[in-house]
Design a protein around this ligand. Structure first.
Ligand code: NDP
Length: 451
């Protein structure tokens, strides 16, 4: 073996940091995976010799482009759009589009890297990608959103397609934005094909796609608890976020007999000691998604609830925590507060919401920890099934799809157990997910030779 290929983790990470200066989120995501993979590969030189991890950590390509649009006051506005196509070893690139002012190349590279393992964990034929723009949808009119989406797709359409790359939604991109983008894709290409997922039911969308990520995260949490002989019934959860993932996770947690005591947005969190019931969760969904309101207004609408400006909910006593807002929203201090308050399980609905030190604290305390790439894979799984339905020109019923979602989450849990069970019977889900996802992609890459 050549000397340069026989490197240790520290040298590998030094190289990654040097090649990706200032890209903290990306380096963080690679480091988290590399720790487990280096250990796993100690007696498997074929992967090291073929530089598999190094190749997965170098996107196949990144497209960056200008997005020009006109606001309602006729000002010309200029944004930057991206698509990161990370890896298509096991299927077309797949991954959401994020519209948020903080979006940058580092964040999209971390998300596309994570997505590669997440897609692999589902067992479906999908690769990893991610895209988006530094566009802030907040406060924009309906026609401004439409014009932006159309302009964004006027460039993106060249790089996507049902067998090439199939984007979906993410933060700031819901069914409305997907509708505008799909309309523009169809108008430019003249083709009605499944080039996007998360579409409306009327034009090729899949039942339960909006629910899938949040429902799937709670199914994964239930599998982790059951493996320890516990269940959701009677447990109390703190949840962050109030968007697609958070509201559906809250809905399923309550349906399964649990109590949810918090939700949040970028302004702070609301604590409702009486619990968010079905009607209150629906109020949050309507208020945040359709009325574009702030979560602070919940405390004005419901007696007994309090709003905590600029704060996060991790100081509340709870049995389980479901971070469902954004990356790095739960740090070491929060993790220690959760553990001290009796939290027994953390399940990530968002992508990389826990910092690396927070993850270390959870692992050391021996509490259940479901990492996002496993726990929130339900969304991409149903997107994969949307692709299958589009290709077959069929639509399946909600009940059937929810059963398929449940089965996929149970299978992901089983894959994590296979590679993450320690000698004492406890489970390291981070290691299990990293190795199971890596192995599937890596074996396909080995079959292709040096490409
Ligand atoms: P939404 O846009 O529907 O909701 C995002 C939520 O997070 C909002 O409540 C938002 O509050 C909050 N938020 C955003 N930025 C911050 C911040 N800096 N601090 C605190 N809160 C913040 O997005 P989704 O629910 O779709 O996505 C949430 C997470 O789940 C993301 O990490 C995403 O990548 C991940 N995910 C989503 C999937 C999906 O199918 N949608 C699939 C897999 C993972 P505000 O309104 O104030 O901005």
């Amino acid at each position: 073996m050549a000397e340069s290929q026989n490197i240790d983790l520290a040298t590998f990470m030094e190289g990654t940091s040097r090649r990706n200066p200032g890209q903290h989120e990306f380096i963080q995501a690679v480091h988290e995976v590399a720790q487990d993979i280096f250990e796993f590969l100690a007696d498997k030189p074929q992967y090291h010799e073929a530089q598999i991890l190094r190749r997965i950590a170098e996107p196949d390509r990144i497209v960056s482009f200008r997005v020009c649009w006109e606001d309602d006051s006729h000002n010309v506005r200029v944004q930057r759009g991206w698509r990161v196509q990370n890896n298509n070893a096991i299927g077309p690139y797949k991954g959401g589009l994020r519209f948020h002012p903080d979006v940058n190349e580092s964040i999209l590279k971390f998300l596309a890297f994570e997505q590669t393992f997440k897609s692999a964990l589902t067992g479906l034929p999908m690769g990893g990608g991610k895209g988006g723009a530094n566009f802030n949808p907040k406060g924009k009119s309906e026609s401004e959103i439409m014009r932006f989406c159309q302009s964004f797709m006027t460039e993106l359409y060249r790089h996507i397609g049902p067998d090439v790359d199939v984007p979906a939604g993410d933060i700031g991109v819901g069914s409305r934005e997907i509708g505008y983008m799909f309309g523009q894709y169809k108008r430019i290409t003249g083709q009605f094909v499944g080039a996007l997922t998360g579409k409306g039911i009327e034009y090729g969308g899949s039942m339960i796609r909006p629910e899938a990520t949040g429902f799937g995260a709670v199914y994964f949490l239930r599998e982790m608890l059951r493996h320890r002989g516990e269940d959701i019934e009677g447990l109390t959860a703190t949840i962050s976020g109030s968007g697609n993932v958070a509201t559906h996770a809250a809905q399923k947690f309550v349906e399964l007999g649990g109590k949810v005591v918090s939700m949040s947005d970028s302004g702070g969190f609301v604590h409702d000691p009486d619990g968010f019931d079905k009607e209150k969760i629906e109020w949050v969904r309507q208020h945040k998604t359709h009325r574009r309101g702030r979560i602070s207004e919940y405390a004005e609408a419901f007696a007994g609830a309090t709003f905590h400006n600029g704060a996060r909910p991790w100081g509340l006593p709870c049995d389980v925590a479901l971070p469902c807002a954004t990356q790095n929203e739960l740090d070491e201090h929060d993790a220690k507060a959760l553990i001290a308050n009796g939290c027994r399980a953390v399940c990530e609905g968002a992508n990389m919401p826990s910092t690396q030190l927070a993850v270390t604290a959870f692992r050391e305390a021996g509490i259940l920890f479901g990492p996002g790439k496993a726990a929130n894979a339900g969304g991409v799984a149903i997107s994969g099934l949307e692709m299958s339905q589009n290709a077959a020109r069929l639509s399946w019923e909600a009940e059937r799809l929810e059963q398929m979602l449940l089965k996929i989450m149970q299978d992901i849990h089983a894959r994590c157990l296979r590679h993450g069970t320690r000698a004492d019977g406890s489970v390291d889900y981070v290691r299990g997910a990293n190795i199971a996802g890596f192995k599937r992609v890596a074996d396909a890459m080995l079959a292709f030779g040096i490409v």
